[in-house]
Design a protein around this ligand. Structure first.
Ligand SMILES: Cc1cc2nc3c(=O)[nH]c(=O)nc-3n(C[C@H](O)[C@H](O)[C@H](O)COP(=O)(O)OP(=O)(O)OC[C@H]3O[C@@H](n4cnc5c(N)ncnc54)[C@H](O)[C@@H]3O)c2cc1C
Length: 337
């Protein structure tokens, strides 16, 4: 383990924002972690755990220690004819884990194909796409207490998962380093095509799903057609969370905006934040080096050379205009540092 100083983070965040870390270290195994916890640089500085940097916006240099998770490995812990329990180390790429499951015909992760980032970050914001959230398949999360260096196991309930939310974003924010995640997947076909966009795509293209790979391929194809590739255009996926309102509020909104897009979900109604942003005239708009993606208004992009502050300013302007027009306050999905 080598602790570096003044490390450039521009290639370590998908926005491609230039920022530096006062200290920087890669952890490749649990020995590295122990050494790290005993180091002065770790003990005396603010800490930031980093995976793929695909859900983060640096607005300044980080005056502390950035720990890049490179813990690797996927193993089967238990299996029977119906289910398999898999442990994936936190530094594995999420999509490599998805591909591992797909190749082995394990069901459960396929709707989450092609989401960038690391396995270790998936519980933090409870990643979700196409009608599935990672909480649906997480059994346990293994994490180190950064103050004591002790490893704890959090079961699904203890993770307090919510919509793009978990205990690791709230009361335990910054307090634990997630080293591994244990997933329960199904060996029995378990198709989930309830999500409208997915269902419509399958119907329109007359696609018959035969196996788990088919669904993973379709999800990947839809994603490629809609979302900008961060390798080409810096971004961090959805910058804002969707908005949830009550059924009563929905009636009032529909009187004013009969064309409003909405989805009824159990107790609440989801209003796509992308729709609200689009209706405020932001879709495809560019402000300096920052833009709102022309295919998905939820995504802010860096056309090159944007600073984190510039991106944040545009985000604030969007929040203000959505609030002014609809009286709804958009919340951020991306972590601002
Ligand atoms: C093109 C694109 C599409 C996307 N699509 C989706 C999508 O469909 N659904 C979705 O939910 N998200 C999506 N995202 C967001 C992002 O991919 C996910 O949030 C992903 O899980 C972030 O992983 P990461 O490793 O890059 O996390 P990072 O950005 O490195 O970190 C995110 C946060 O988690 C913390 N963290 C990271 N690793 C650890 C750890 N080991 N222990 C403790 N804390 C940690 C960080 O400190 C930070 O606060 C998308 C992003 C992009 C760029």
């Amino acid at each position: 383990m080598k602790i570096e100083q003044n490390h450039n983070l521009s290639k370590l965040n998908t926005f491609g924002i230039t920022a530096k870390a006062k200290f920087f270290v890669e952890v490749k195994n649990e020995e590295d972690l122990k050494d790290l916890f005993n180091s002065v640089e770790f003990k005396n500085n603010e800490k930031l755990f980093l995976g793929g940097g695909s859900n983060i916006l640096f607005t300044k240099d980080f005056d502390g220690i950035v720990i890049l998770n490179k813990l690797k490995g996927i193993e089967i812990l238990r299996e029977n004819n119906e289910e398999v329990l898999l442990k994936a180390m936190g530094g594995e790429l999420w999509n490599d884990f998805v591909n591992f499951a797909v190749i082995n015909n394990y069901w459960g992760v396929e709707n989450l194909s092609l989401i960038p980032g690391s396995v270790g970050a998936t519980p933090v914001q409870n990643i979700g796409a196409y009608g599935v959230e990672v909480k649906d398949i997480i059994e346990n999360v293994e994490a180190y207490d950064i103050n004591t260096g002790e490893k704890s196991i959090f079961n699904n309930k203890e993770c307090e998962f919510g919509y793009r939310d978990s205990v690791f974003k709230n009361k335990l924010k910054g307090k634990y380093f997630i080293s591994a995640v244990i997933f329960k997947l199904s060996k029995i076909p378990n198709l989930n095509i309830s999500y409208k966009v997915l269902k419509d795509y399958l119907n329109k293209n007359k696609i018959q799903i035969k196996n788990v790979k088919d669904i993973s391929d379709v999800v990947a194809e839809i994603r490629r057609s809609k979302l900008p590739n961060p390798k080409i255009l810096g971004n961090a996926g959805s910058f804002f969370k969707n908005v949830y309102i009550t059924e009563n509020e929905l009636e009032n909104f529909l009187e004013k905006y009969p064309q409003m897009s909405y989805f009824k979900e159990e107790e609440h109604v989801k209003i796509p934040a992308g729709w609200l942003i689009e209706k405020c005239g932001w879709k495809g708009k560019r402000v300096g080096n920052v833009g709102v993606h022309d295919k998905q208004a939820l995504v802010l992009v860096n056309y090159g050379g944007a600073s984190g502050e510039e991106v944040k300013n545009v985000a604030e302007q969007i929040i203000a205009s959505v609030f002014e027009k609809f009286g709804l306050k958009l919340a951020l999905e991306v972590n601002i540092v």
